[in-house]
Design a protein around this ligand. Structure first.
Ligand code: ZN
Length: 275
């Protein structure tokens, strides 16, 4: 086509036809070069869903009906450090990291960063129909350099009560540094008044070891309203612990993901994804 355009331009010149409307460049088949403006957001990305943005040609004489429209995806906020804006925290500082949120030391009651899966922390429910779902994230544990450096994450679920959403149950993962790697385990309880007890529980029966200080952590869960059973798999660095529990009321949604305990500053959480 390029050859044809060139030939057409030459023909126009030699035959004396006005060529002002035909810029003889080879940028487009019609000889027009698009002049792009700024990208415009068409669909905002959300925590788990990609958004979309577009740009179009700003030339007044652009001959293309779609103005040479170009589109590109905006990464879901959970995959960028916009994740920080979905977290809330009290009694603990957190910072926006290069890739996600930097969690700092929290060993007191109700401290530590948490996300309600929304930028609006007053909306404490993320609708969920009980179908098997996986929430995963990556942790940078490179600040865990000493034995018993420790953190715990809690995924909480809601019931509906008097037309509002309230906590009904939760599942928990504890991760601890050992002499030659890490251990993780399900935590059946968190004793905020005694971190040593919690540390002992992570190291106890059922503990699994892993190495590498950027593990992928995931909660896979499904709720069967017929049997009133929450089935779940806790995975860290490719190893899993499976279990079930029977909440005291039907689960209707996710409540929060909470960094319930951390005894060292500077663990970064990033790539929060829902599958
Ligand atoms: Zn154009």
């Amino acid at each position: 086509m390029k050859k044809f355009l060139t030939a057409l331009c030459l023909f126009a010149l030699v035959s004396g036809i006005a060529v002002t409307a035909v810029a003889c460049t080879d940028t487009q088949e019609n000889g027009h070069s698009h002049v792009y403006g700024d990208w415009t957001v068409e669909t905002e990305s959300t925590l788990f869903e990609d958004g979309k943005e577009y740009r179009v040609c700003t030339a007044e004489d652009c001959p293309d009906a779609d103005k040479g429209r170009e589109e590109r995806a905006l990464e879901a906020d959970g995959k960028t450090n916009a994740l920080f804006d979905y977290f809330t925290y009290t009694a603990t500082t957190c910072q926006k990291g290069d890739e996600g949120i930097v969690l700092n030391k929290n060993t007191g009651n109700n401290s530590g960063g948490a996300t309600y899966f929304s930028k609006d922390a007053s909306v404490k429910n993320y609708a969920w129909d009980g179908a098997e779902t996986t929430l995963s994230f990556t942790l940078d544990l490179s600040v865990f350099t000493q034995e018993n450096d420790f953190t715990a994450f809690v995924l909480a679920f809601n019931q509906e009560s008097d037309a509002s959403y309230v906590f009904v149950d939760e599942i928990r993962i504890g991760i601890i540094k050992t002499a030659d790697g890490f251990l993780f385990n399900e935590l059946t309880g968190i004793d905020h008044a005694n971190v040593q007890n919690t540390i002992a529980a992570v190291k106890g029966e059922g503990a699994k070891s892993f190495t590498g200080n950027t593990p992928k952590v995931s909660f896979t869960f499904a709720y069967d309203a017929e049997t009133k059973t929450l089935s779940y798999t806790l995975s860290v660095a490719g190893q899993s612990i499976e279990n079930t529990k029977t909440p005291s009321a039907d689960i209707v949604g996710l409540r929060s993901l909470w960094n319930a305990q951390l005894n060292k500053d500077g663990v970064e959480l990033y790539d929060l994804v829902k599958d």
